[in-house]
Ligand binder design. Structure first.
Ligand SMILES: CC(C)(COP(=O)(O)OP(=O)(O)OC[C@H]1O[C@@H](n2cnc3c(N)ncnc32)[C@H](O)[C@@H]1OP(=O)(O)O)[C@@H](O)C(=O)NCCC(=O)NCCS
Length: 181
């Protein structure tokens, strides 16, 4: 149900049980938790295995895809992409996190570009959106590089670790999607 994709340097594939230890290591870094809505800190032992066990069901039942991103040359797990499809409005929400040792190599941009292609070319979506904390310039840079437009700022939109966070909402419309066509 969850497809696999390849890019120049990466394989984007479903998670498997044996990825759980590495997920706990990477997602357990406070720098990863700090700017994500869903990752808790400290990251509880056993959470990764239970998270992975739900992926297939979530893909089938609600169109919420979670992908492991691994390096093609070594099969090393680098991070995660999420893609939650909303069939009613023909759109999807993109999310991602990568392990700190792998930041700054263009991996997230490369992987996200392929999932966006999947969304527009294979799923025929009309829109892909993403939301980012205002304190996360790296993520905003990625979305800008991928041609997303900033649609607005929602103040104190989520609560993370007891603090309200302002969120920037980005969107990429099918009519503005340029690459890989
Ligand atoms: C956001 C995140 C996924 C980026 O991963 P990555 O693999 O390093 O991303 P890329 O290398 O593809 O691109 C990052 C870009 O941001 C830029 N960048 C990094 N830090 C930056 C900063 N403080 N200010 C501005 N730009 C910054 C990089 O230079 C790069 O742009 P470039 O390729 O044009 O030089 C990673 O930092 C992460 O997992 N953070 C924690 C979780 C998270 O915030 N997820 C996103 C929630 S919306």
């Amino acid at each position: 149900m969850i497809p696999t994709f390849e890019t120049k340097r990466l394989v984007i594939r479903p998670y498997v049980k044996t990825d759980a230890d590495k997920v706990e290591l990477l997602a357990g870094n406070p720098k990863v938790a700090e700017t994500t809505v869903a990752i808790p800190h400290p990251y509880p032992k056993g959470l990764a295995a239970s998270w992975i066990s739900k992926h297939e069901k979530k893909a089938i039942e609600i169109g919420s895809y979670t992908f492991a991103v691994v390096l093609k040359s070594t099969s090393e797990l680098l991070g995660t992409l999420t893609f939650r499809v909303d069939i009613d409005d023909n759109k999807a929400e993109l999310g991602y996190w990568f392990g700190v040792p792998y930041w700054g190599n263009g991996y997230c941009t490369e992987a996200a570009r392929r999932i966006i292609e999947f969304g527009f070319n294979e799923l025929k979506l009309n829109k892909i959106r993403a939301s980012v904390m205002t304190k996360n310039p790296a993520s905003m840079k990625i979305l800008t590089k991928l041609d997303f437009e900033k649609e607005g700022v929602f103040k104190q939109d989520i609560m993370k670790s007891g603090n309200y966070e302002d969120m920037v909402y980005y969107g990429l419309l099918r009519q503005n999607y340029q690459y890989n066509r």
